[in-house]
Design a protein around this ligand. Structure first.
Ligand SMILES: Nc1ncnc2c1ncn2[C@@H]1O[C@H](COP(=O)(O)OP(=O)(O)OP(=O)(O)O)[C@@H](O)[C@H]1O
Ligand SMILES: Nc1ncnc2c1ncn2[C@@H]1O[C@H](COP(=O)(O)OP(=O)(O)OP(=O)(O)O)[C@@H](O)[C@H]1O
Ligand SMILES: [Mg+2]
Ligand SMILES: [Mg+2]
Lengths: 261, 261
C-alpha cells in the first residue's frame, strides 16, 4: 500500500481491505512499516514495550518473523511498528543488501498466508524500499485531487528502479481512490487523467502497464475516520455504512483478479 | 506552517493565508521548503531550471536570499523549492550549525516584509528545523480527526527542543483546523480534546501555553482543491466561496493578534 504523499488513505485501506479479505476466508497478514504506528489503532491492539516489532525484525538479526506476529482478528494477523522505526530509515543504510531484509525475514512465513498487505510510511525511503523488494503488487491509494497526480510519476520511477535492481516481478496493479467526492467535477477530471495515463502505456514494457483504477472508489465517509478512535475496523464499527460497502466491494474485486481464495 | 503529518493543509493554508494577508496590505514573503514544490502550483509560477531556489539558498554559500525571491502577486513574493531539496535533508547534516542557514540567509531581507510564512514538508527533518530556527510563531494546520491528534505531541516535543537549542523565542500560537466537517461529531470531539489540552497548560512554562484554535475552522471546500490546478489562489479562483471566506477570516484574526499591519 504505497504513496509517498501523506494522509491519502494507506493505513485506512490496509486495515479495512485486510479485514474484508479475512472475512472472505483469506489468511491475511498486515505489516505496519510506518513509525507512526496507526495500524495498531485501527485494529485495537498495542504491542507492549517488550514485544518485538517491525523495528526489531529489520534491525535485530536474531529476531524472527514469528516473534513479531500478533493475532488481530480471525484469519487476520499483524506485525506492528513502533516509533523507533523512524531511526531505521537512517540506521539501515549501514547494512549490506538492506532492501531485502524484510523479504528474507518473511520468506519462512509466506506460505501461512493468502495475502500479505504492507502499510508504507509517506516516503520513498528504506522502509518503503524493503516493502517493494518483497511485494508482488503495488496498490496506490490516492485522493482524486490535482496535487495527488503530481507525485504519481515519482512513485512509478521508484517502482521501476526496484524492478531493475531487487525485484523484477514487481507490478503496480491498482489505483485505489480514497476519500472520493463523486459529485465534484475535480474528482471526475482527475480520474479521467489517471485512466488516460495508464491506457496510454498498455503496450509498453513498464511495470504499470496493467494498472487499473480499482472499483469502486472509496467514498469520503466520516465513519472511516471514527473507527480507529474505537480501535475498530469499519466492519466492527459500522458494517453497513458506505465506507464498509466500498472496501468490501474493492476486496471482492481484488479476490476476483487474484482468482481466489 | 508545520505538521509532520502529510496532506493536512499546510500548502493550501500557506498560499491562501499569504494571499489574504497581502490583500490586507501586508508585504508577504512565502518560503516553500517542501521538495514537492506544491506552493508554486497555487501561485501559478514556476522557477526555470536555472533559477535559484530554496535548495540553492540552503546549500550554496554564495546564493543570497534576494537571488531566489520571485514576485507572485502584489505585495506577495515567494522563494520556491525544487525536487533537489529532498537531497538537502541528507546533505545538510554535513554542515556545521546547519539549522540556522535559512535564518542567516534571510536576515538581510526580513525588514522588507511584514509577514513571512514558511511552508514545511511533512517531516521533522533538517528543512523543518531550519524553518523553526528562524520563525517567531508556529501555526499547526490539522484535520479534526482522531489520528491527527496522535502526532501533535511529537510536534510539540520538537518545538521544545528547538526552544532549548537554537530559538528560545519560538512559540506555537495556533491550531488551524483544515478540511473541517462541522456537521460531524468526530470533528467536535477532536476540537474539544484540543481545547482541553491547551487550556490545561496555560500556566506552564511551555512554548505552547498561549496556543489557541484559530477561528474559524477552514471548511472542506472542493474549490480549495481545484484552485491550484489553475495556478490560482482561492481569491483569484473563487473569491466568494466558503474556502475564501474562511481563509479571509483567519487572516483577519491573525492581523488582530499581531496588531497590524
Ligand atoms: N474514505 C474516508 N473518509 C473519511 N476519512 C477518511 C477516509 N479515509 C481515510 N480517512 C481519514 O483521513 C486521514 C488520513 O488517512 P490515513 O491515515 O489512512 O492516510 P495515510 O495515507 O495512511 O496517512 P500517512 O501518510 O500519515 O500514513 C485519517 O484521519 C483517516 O481516518
Ligand atoms: N479545506 C479544504 N477543502 C478541500 N480540499 C482541501 C482543503 N484544504 C486542502 N485541500 C486539498 O487536500 C490536499 C492536501 O492539502 P495540502 O497539499 O495543502 O496539504 P499539505 O499538508 O501541504 O500536504 P503535504 O504534507 O503533502 O505537503 C490537496 O489536494 C488540497 O488541494
Ligand atoms: Mg498511514
Ligand atoms: Mg504541502
Amino acid at each position: 500500500m504505497l504513496n509517498q504523499k501523506g494522509g491519502v488513505g494507506k493505513t485506512t485501506s490496509t486495515a479495512n481491505l485486510g479485514a474484508a479479505l479475512a472475512d472472505s476466508g483469506c489468511r491475511v497478514l498486515l505489516i505496519d512499516l510506518d513509525p507512526q504506528g496507526h495500524l495498531t489503532l485501527h485494529l485495537g491492539l498495542a504491542p507492549g514495550p517488550d514485544d518485538p516489532t517491525a523495528y526489531d525484525l529489520l534491525l535485530d538479526p536474531q529476531c524472527q518473523a514469528r516473534d513479531t506476529i500478533m493475532k488481530a482478528r480471525d484469519r487476520l494477523d499483524a506485525i506492528f511498528s513502533e516509533v523507533d522505526l523512524a531511526i531505521a530509515e537512517s540506521e539501515l543504510p549501514a547494512v549490506q543488501d538492506r532492501q531485502r531484509i524484510l523479504q528474507r525475514k518473511t520468506e519462512s512465513i509466506r506460505d501461512q498466508y493468502d495475502v500479505i498487505i504492507i502499510d508504507c510510511p509517506p516516503s520513498l525511503g528504506q522502509l518503503t524500499l524493503n516493502a517493494l523488494a518483497m511485494a508482488d503488487e503495488v496498490i496506490v491509494p490516492m485522493q482524486a485531487h490535482f496535487l495527488a497526480l503530481q507525485g504519481v510519476g515519482r512513485l512509478l520511477e521508484t517502482v521501476e528502479l526496484i524492478t531493475q535492481s531487487v525485484n523484477a516481478q514487481l507490478r503496480v496493479t491498482g489505483i485505489l481512490l480514497c476519500m472520493y467526492e463523486s459529485q465534484t467535477t475535480l474528482a471526475r477530471e482527475v480520474v479521467t487523467d489517471i485512466n488516460e495515463y495508464f491506457e496510454a502505456v498498455r503496450d509498453q514494457a513498464v511495470p504499470w502497464n496493467q494498472c487499473h483504477v480499482l472499483q469502486p472508489p472509496i467514498r469520503r465517509n466520516i465513519k472511516l475516520a471514527e473507527a480507529p478512535s474505537f480501535g475498530q475496523t469499519i466492519f466492527d464499527y459500522a458494517p453497513q455504512c458506505n465506507g464498509a460497502r466500498d472496501y468490501r466491494a474493492v476486496a471482492d474485486q481484488l479476490l476476483k483478479a487474484w482468482g481466489g481464495p
